[in-house]
Design a protein around this ligand. Structure first.
Ligand code: NAP
Ligand code: ZN
Length: 348
């Protein structure tokens, strides 16, 4: 019997989110049903529901930072049992057969992975996300949340955590490396914590110095305002790696000028508008400009285990579901310290 659960959805690009019950599929042989306890608010939720990345398929229940408890498992599920603490991130399916999936990089599935919401599942029905009481997900896309991390502070790790962990690991953040993080929001604050825990020397590049104390407490040794042009002369040719988490277009040439020879700028922010770059910004110091999207399931589990080992969770502000529209406005105003997390017990 399909189950109907309470959820919050966007019904169009211009209306606030509102209560909208959804029907979950039956638990299949490889599925687990998860009682969602907390769901983080990612800036991508806002880009999506406002159709900034192209027309969304309404109604959309956002939320891809999901933490909860397993309440039912399918007959062939082997990795999870009722009562387990689990998380679901941005993906709920992929082909499982292409070279990317075989490498455990389901985010780069050559046949197209299935996003947690605003996608279409194998059953042909729209996928719906974490601003809901529960979710049914195939076990391959479920991660175990280690006991040492609270479910509330773990939820944002499923997107903000893995999105920053993946490029930091890929490009060798560690002892002896100077890493800059552009934008101190949800992704940015996780990047600072993770890069610091990996042993890198971390600098925050924020629009202003308003959050300086926080940035230093999160593990940064330097903190500069990008509104101050002197920042770009003072830090010229300084960093081995820059992680750009800004949700709006940035001056890539200005940030590239802060890299050493062979330095790497990874842009993980998702502004809908294109960004320009001068070829000289790359060629003159053989710099690398690249991007990255979330991470595969094995790396997401590795990140969760790393966080447990290092005592890392997100810095969160827990809200009731009725505050979600206000929270969106605060995210847009860069007024978040540093992730809103919905207590889904407030959904009725
Ligand atoms: P967020 O919490 O809103 O953080 C973004 C930060 O960027 C803000 O806190 C602000 O930091 C800075 N910023 C915002 N507007 C700016 C502007 N006009 N100019 C300069 N700086 C600005 O957002 P988030 O949830 O971390 O997500 C950030 C971006 O990453 C979004 O576009 C999101 O869609 C994308 N994303 C990508 C992936 C991926 O897999 N690649 C995954 C998740 C999210 P300061 O106040 O410190 O300047
Ligand atoms: Zn996200």
């Amino acid at each position: 019997m399909p189950t109907t659960v309470a959820a919050y959805a966007a019904l169009s690009a211009t209306e606030p989110l509102r209560p909208h019950p959804i029907e979950l599929r039956d638990v299949g042989p490889l599925d687990v049903r998860i009682d969602i306890r907390f769901a983080g608010i990612c800036h991508s939720d806002i880009h999506t529901v406002r159709s900034e990345w192209g027309p969304a398929n309404y109604p959309v229940v956002p939320g891809h930072e999901i933490a909860g408890i397993v309440t039912e498992v399918g007959a062939n599920v082997t990795r999870f049992a009722v009562g387990d603490r689990v998380g679901v991130g941005c993906l709920v399916d992929s082909c499982g057969e292409c070279s990317s999936c075989e490498r455990g990089e389901e985010q780069y599935c050559l046949n197209g992975s299935t996003p947690t919401y605003n996608g279409v599942g194998r059953d042909g029905r729209p996928t719906q996300g974490g601003y809901a009481q529960s979710v049914v997900v195939t076990e391959r896309f479920v991660c175990r949340i280690p006991d040492g991390i609270g479910l509330d502070v773990a939820a944002p790790l499923l997107c903000a955590g893995i999105t920053t962990f993946s490029p930091l690991q890929r490009w060798g953040a560690g002892p002896g490396k100077r890493v800059a993080v552009v934008g101190l929001g949800g992704l940015g604050h996780m990047a600072v914590k993770l890069a610091h825990a990996m042993g890198a020397d971390v600098t925050v590049l924020s629009q202003s110095l308003k959050k300086r104390e926080d940035g230093l407490a999160l593990g940064a040794s330097g903190y500069y305002a990008t509104a101050d042009p002197d920042t770009f002369t003072a830090l010229a040719r300084t960093f081995d790696l820059i992680i750009n988490t800004v949700s709006a277009p940035v001056d890539l040439d200005a940030y590239l000028s802060l890299l050493v020879v062979d330095g790497v700028l990874v842009s993980v922010g998702g502004p809908p508008e294109p960004m320009q770059v001068h070829s000289g910004s790359l060629s003159l110091q053989r710099r690398i400009l690249t991007g990255s999207i979330i991470g595969g399931l094995p790396q997401t589990q590795e990140m969760l285990d790393f966080c447990a080992e290092h005592g890392i969770g997100a810095d969160i502000e827990v809200i009731g579901i009725d505050q979600v529209n206000d929270a969106y406005e605060r995210v847009l105003a860069s007024d978040v310290r540093y992730r809103f997390v919905i207590d889904t017990a407030t959904l009725t």
